[in-house]
Design a protein around this ligand. Structure first.
Ligand code: KIV
Ligand code: NA
Length: 275
């Protein structure tokens, strides 16, 4: 399994890091088999799996439930788990307890938190407790209400400067990687060039040290809104709809199940049954 030192080496060598979200056993297994370097059990599961319209309702218990399944599917891949909304903004000792139990229950390799500022002491505290931490800057879905929606961040020189500084502070606080979401590609390039640790971009151009996408978005699996920065590499939704429609039709028509699906009793036993 690749570790944080492999990710540092990959960045130094200019080798792209591929991250993909996964929320269950088969998705994590597919990701591992395809050679994904890092799996993210993201709180985006609130939208793509649980049907909420934001990440806000997602709980620690939800994250643990899905992370355990993903871990079982990808035993040899670095698994990062999101700390959900509200789980790391209270007392830092409570946050540590939450983080420790998330690590112990799920077998995760790292935890991810959104933002800098108030979150920097949290990053330091958890890192010193031995928990590899990943930061998340730019568009922070857990703060969408405060940001006024899901919008590109860091477009002004002032905002970009703050982002570049925040990234350095996260690195100094001990994170092993930083996710950069929905920022101008030029800003992602500067941030990446300014850090030793790798950046993982989403909607942040091609100059981050790696990329991350949401499983359901990139596979066309679901009926939620798919952002502009996503490339759909497959259409699982179409395959699923077609398959289910075929099943409905076959049952209604009596063509499924067919004899090849039947279990058969021997004639002798059948004779006895009829007496
Ligand atoms: O929850 C998630 O899927 C994420 C990615 C968008 C980085 O945080
Ligand atoms: Na997330």
């Amino acid at each position: 399994m690749k570790t944080t030192s492999d990710f540092l080496r990959m960045k130094a060598a200019g080798e792209k890091i591929v991250m993909l979200t996964a929320y269950d056993y088969p998705a994590a297994k597919f990701a591992e088999e395809a050679g994904v370097d890092m799996i993210l059990v993201g709180d985006s599961l609130g939208m793509v799996v649980l049907g909420y319209d934001s990440t806000m309702p997602v709980t620690v218990a939800d994250m643990v439930h899905h992370a355990k399944a993903a871990r079982r599917g990808a035993k040899n891949t670095f698994v990062v788990v999101d700390m959900p909304f509200g789980s790391y903004h209270g007392d830092v000792n409570d946050t540590l307890k939450t983080a420790v139990s998330m690590m112990q229950e799920t077998g995760a390799d790292a935890l991810k938190v959104e933002g800098a500022d108030d979150v920097l002491p949290v990053i330091s505290k958890l890192t010193s407790a031995g928990i590899p931490m990943v930061a998340h800057l730019g568009l922070l879905p857990q703060s969408a209400g405060v940001l006024g929606g899901y919008k590109v961040q860091g477009k002004t020189a002032e905002q970009a400067k703050k982002l570049i500084e925040d990234a350095k502070k996260c690195e100094a606080a001990g994170v092993c990687a930083i996710v950069l979401e929905c920022i101008p590609h030029q800003v992602a390039e500067i941030v990446s060039a300014n850090l030793v640790i790798p950046t993982i971009g989403i909607g942040a151009g091609v100059d981050s040290d790696g990329q991350v996408l949401v499983y359901h978005d990139m596979l066309g699996y679901g009926s939620h809104h798919v952002p502009k920065f996503v490339e759909q590499f497959a259409d699982m939704g179409a395959a699923a709809r077609q398959g289910i429609a075929g099943y409905v039709e076959a049952v209604k028509a009596g063509t499924f199940p067919a004899p090849k699906h039947f279990f058969t009793m021997k004639d002798e036993a059948l004779d006895q049954l009829y007496g």
